[in-house]
Design a protein. Structure first.
Length: 92
């Protein structure tokens, strides 16, 4: 019985997980903001650019993963809805 309930809610749970991942990406993006120095020496400027590139890559990866998970959850939810609707139409 409990597995049947989980099966009905699986799409919604996957979509919620995707939204949480997008939220985590947004928070990581906010927390990793660095304001550069006004006139930094070349070594410090290079270190800042390297750190910015790494942070941007991590953030975009988190956003992509969250978006993909969200899309999968939406597809599963829509598929479950259509299957339920079709099975109800056959019954009655």
């Amino acid at each position: 019985m409990k597995m049947a309930r989980f099966g009905k809610a699986a799409g919604k749970l996957i979509a919620i997980t995707g939204l949480l991942m997008l939220g985590i990406g947004f928070l990581y993006d906010l927390l990793s903001v660095n304001i550069p120095y006004q006139d930094p020496p070349p070594a410090l400027q290079h270190a800042y650019e390297l750190d910015f590139a790494i942070t941007s890559g991590i953030t975009s990866t988190i956003y992509r993963i969250g978006g993909i998970i969200l899309l999968i959850g939406l597809v599963v939810s829509i598929t479950q809805f259509l299957v339920r609707r079709r099975s109800l139409a056959r019954r009655g």
